[in-house]
Design a protein around this ligand. Structure first.
Ligand SMILES: [Zn+2]
Length: 258
């Protein structure tokens, strides 16, 4: 149904066929998020509709078109230097994030952690559903697909250093990412709090700075939506917990993105 109202649907499905590599991120996408966000960037006044859309609950969502265009340009430039930028993850909606949350929560509590300990372990790297920047369609987790890596979890900081599988990718990104609009979010700046260093996670600043502002302005309402979602361990996800989490995990990021 959303497709009928979406002026970009046709364009997007054409693009989707051409760029099969990104297909999985658009698989269930009817384009509603794109349309909605493009139209309402300046006026976010209709909650909880706004909150639901920012969290990607209504449709599958997807990468913003503007972000995809920048990725394509950056990919082409990197390819000339022998680096094949591959998206390990890009847009994730609320329910997907909740699957990550639930899986980790169960693993940690089954392993003997108390529920509050489990939550603190999860939020070293993973967000509370509803608070992921990946909901916005502006974020990418990348690797170099030209490098063979057999280890299961490719997104580990130890691979993104000189001499390791993704060292060349990281060096190239250090030099060029900003010129395409992309910035690391969770840097290794001394004293930064919140999520640990993620040398693979980039944000498309021209859009994500706008969403960041909107998101934090609406955080009181977003808190209510998160709490109503009854996540695993929700008894610990109080107002005070979320207020502290906002300051450390959501706002203590690369200052270029705030
Ligand atoms: Zn990420």
């Amino acid at each position: 149904m959303a497709e009928l109202n979406n002026p970009y649907a046709a364009e997007k499905s054409t693009w989707f066929k051409e760029e099969g590599e990104y297909g999985r991120w658009f698989k269930n996408n009817e384009g509603f998020m794109d349309q909605w966000l493009d139209e309402t960037i300046d006026t976010l006044d209709e909650l909880p509709q706004v909150v639901r859309n920012l969290m990607g609950k209504i449709s599958g969502g997807g990468i913003r078109r503007q972000v995809q265009a920048a990725i394509n340009k950056m990919k082409n430039a990197a390819e000339e230097r022998g680096i094949k930028i591959h998206l390990q993850s890009a847009h994730r909606d609320f329910s997907y994030q909740n699957k990550i949350w639930t899986k980790k929560f169960n693993r940690f509590t089954n392993g003997g952690d108390k529920t509050d300990v489990a939550i603190h372990r999860i939020i070293e790297y993973s967000t509370i559903p509803g608070t992921s920047r990946h909901h916005w369609g502006t974020e990418i987790d990348i690797i170099d697909a030209n490098q063979e890596l057999r280890e299961g979890d490719k997104l580990q900081a130890k691979f993104f250093v000189e001499g390791q599988a993704y060292g060349a990718l990281k060096n190239w990104m250090d030099e060029h990412a900003n010129s395409f609009g992309f910035y690391l979010v969770y840097t290794n700046a001394p004293g930064r709090k919140g999520f640990k260093y993620e040398p693979w996670h980039y944000s498309y600043a021209p859009l994500s700075k706008i969403y960041y502002k909107q998101y934090n302005e609406k955080f009181e309402e977003i808190k209510k939506v998160i709490q109503a979602s009854k996540l695993k361990g929700h008894q610990h996800i109080t107002d005070a917990f979320l207020d502290a989490y906002q300051k450390t995990h959501l706002m203590d990021i690369n200052p270029e993105l705030t």
